[in-house]
Design a protein around this ligand. Structure first.
Ligand SMILES: Cc1cc2nc3c(=O)[nH]c(=O)nc-3n(C[C@H](O)[C@H](O)[C@H](O)COP(=O)(O)OP(=O)(O)OC[C@H]3O[C@@H](n4cnc5c(N)ncnc54)[C@H](O)[C@@H]3O)c2cc1C
Length: 509
């Protein structure tokens, strides 16, 4: 029988696990290496600007829609204004041809047909895909942890999925890059791989995103990602949970076949009846547990063959109102630009003027994100070259921005650069990964099936978060935290309960 629970990591998965542990009568405490909640779901303040480092779209932002219930339970969405966009992003070529990814499938269809009448049939197919996925309940895949699903659960799940069987098969195994090759129009062929942020994304994920944006269920939470995470932290504390910040776990203590506690880097030892790691998967398995409970299958996931997305983010505080500009534009370049040793053929620029809380009035928080090789940065980390290279990247980007937004160089008040090593340092994520394993058509099945949340030969131990939910994302990892507490309750023969708080204090917009 479990009474006490230790959770490693106060990212969204750890906070969610903590909230549901408290709701179910467990005494829980969270150990977090940083001095902030949220993990990757974060933002940082610089001279009056808030640079958001995470949420572009929050699944579950609309009442009664998939994933909303979990956010209600976690007290994260009540009274929080949600910001919706009519377009997800646009892609512009050097000659000004512009592909606008409208969320409304009718508008998207009309716009794309205007760009390329010859591709009408393919465009209709795409728009129909968006319409079909509007009713797709992605959250139902995680309502109950897979090992606890009985025959009736599988039957109900099958019935829910049945209408989507064909669309899932059709769109699940084709990436945005693959789909792009079907266009006859050369501009669409070049632009389309970039419309959902990474070219290898399965079309199913991109299409679901547009569908959810169209139903208002993939919004930006006003105040940004850290404020959002803080709301979940508040809920946890109100439920009686305890968080220890600047408390990095070094080892998970094991006696026989049971996890019994943790040892921190400062040598403090804490015991509990169950241990949940919602921290980085690699560190959990190979450092905190010394690789002892990783069988061949588990080791295989970390052998470097599965795709990982590490990125850089250059954030700029600009003394200029960019609100009349489209909020997210990916520019296709004439000549590639070299950033951190890699040739880039596109540059994506996003401003956050849609949320007035993120910059002083009349000014704009602007970010440029792009994939970057973790090892490149890791090799030079700690040397002067690391700082020089960050400045070089930032200046190259500003040179580029000057060509598209003339005069901007002189208006930049704040510059901030995050490399893959920054992500690793602040959140412990292996190779600076932003989402565990990147969602591609290769990892799609792993995402649907999920990864085991327990380890062979180790009792009283669970894993939650993006390293057991390929593709990550804040709603999925929140469900992951919920799922491990469902498993704990099942072990203890307790009925799992979840409550929506009557009133959430302290959001105050
Ligand atoms: C740039 C970017 C954009 C994104 N955009 C979106 C988006 O638009 N929508 C969306 O849904 N998702 C998005 N994501 C993905 C999403 O943020 C992540 O998948 C999710 O937040 C992961 O949560 P987690 O709790 O599993 O892990 P993490 O956030 O990594 O949390 C793990 C926590 O454990 C702590 N920790 C690690 N090691 C230890 C230790 N030894 N001891 C104590 N604590 C430890 C870390 O400090 C961290 O707080 C984005 C991510 C990034 C980086």
């Amino acid at each position: 029988m479990t009474n006490s629970v230790i959770i490693i990591g106060a990212g969204i998965a750890g906070l969610a696990a903590g909230c549901y542990a408290q709701m179910n009568g467990y005494r829980s405490q969270i150990f977090e290496l940083h001095d902030l909640p949220g993990g990757l779901c974060t933002a940082w303040d610089r001279k009056g600007y808030t640079f958001d480092g995470c949420i572009h779209y929050l699944f579950g932002s609309a009442p009664e829609q998939p994933f909303n219930q979990v956010w209600q339970e976690l007290g994260a969405v009540q009274d929080r204004p949600m910001i919706n966009h009519e377009e997800f992003m646009r892609v512009v070529d050097p000659y000004g041809r512009t592909l606008i990814i409208y969320c409304d499938p009718d508008r998207l269809e009309a716009h794309m047909k205007e760009l390329s009448p010859i591709d009408a049939a393919l465009i209709e197919d795409l728009a129909e895909g968006v319409r079909q996925f509007m009713k797709f309940d992605m959250a139902s895949m995680q309502e109950k942890p897979k090992p606890l699903m009985g025959p009736n659960d599988w039957r109900d799940f099958g019935l829910k999925m049945l209408p989507f069987a064909l669309p899932l098969a059709k769109w699940g195994m084709v990436s945005a890059a693959d789909f792009a090759q079907r266009f006859k129009d050369p501009f669409l062929r070049r632009a389309f791989p970039h419309v959902f942020a990474w070219p290898e994304i399965p079309m199913m994920a991109g299409i679901s995103l547009l569908s959810y944006m169209q139903t208002g269920n993939a919004s930006f939470p006003q105040g940004g990602s850290l404020e959002f995470a803080r709301a979940v932290e508040r809920r946890y504390l109100e439920l009686g949970g305890q968080i220890h910040y600047k408390a990095q776990v070094e080892k998970i203590l094991v006696e026989g076949d049971r996890a019994v506690g943790v040892r921190l880097y400062n040598d403090e030892i804490h015991h509990a009846d169950a241990i949940i790691s919602a921290a980085d998967g690699h560190a959990t398995l190979f450092h905190m547990l010394d690789g002892e409970f990783a069988n061949r299958k588990i080791k295989g996931r970390y052998d470097g063959r599965l795709p990982i997305h590490a990125q850089m983010q250059v954030s700029l505080g600009v003394d200029r109102d960019l609100s009349a500009e489209p909020h997210w534009v990916t520019y296709l370049l004439d000549e590639p630009i070299v950033l951190a040793g890699e040739k880039k053929e596109t540059i994506g620029v996003k401003h956050y003027c849609f949320d007035p809380t993120l910059a002083p009035a009349g000014k704009s928080a602007v970010i440029v994100m792009f994939p970057s090789d973790y090892h490149y940065w890791q090799r030079i980390y700690g040397r002067r070259l690391y700082d020089i290279e960050q400045i070089q990247v930032c200046e190259t980007i500003i040179d580029f921005l000057e060509t598209r937004y003339p005069g901007v160089r002189a208006q930049i008040e704040v510059k901030d650069v995050a490399t893959p090593v920054s992500y690793e340092r602040y959140t412990g994520n292996w190779l600076g990964s932003s989402c565990g394993w990147l969602l591609t058509k290769e990892t799609m099945m792993m995402m649907i099936q999920g990864i085991e949340k327990t380890l062979p030969g180790l009792r009283n131990f669970y894993m939650a978060g993006q390293w057991v939910e390929p593709g990550g994302s804040v709603p999925i990892v929140a469900m992951s935290g919920r799922n491990v507490i469902q498993m704990l309750c099942h072990e203890d023969k307790r009925a799992f309960v979840a409550q929506i708080p009557e009133r959430v204090m302290g959001i105050g917009y």
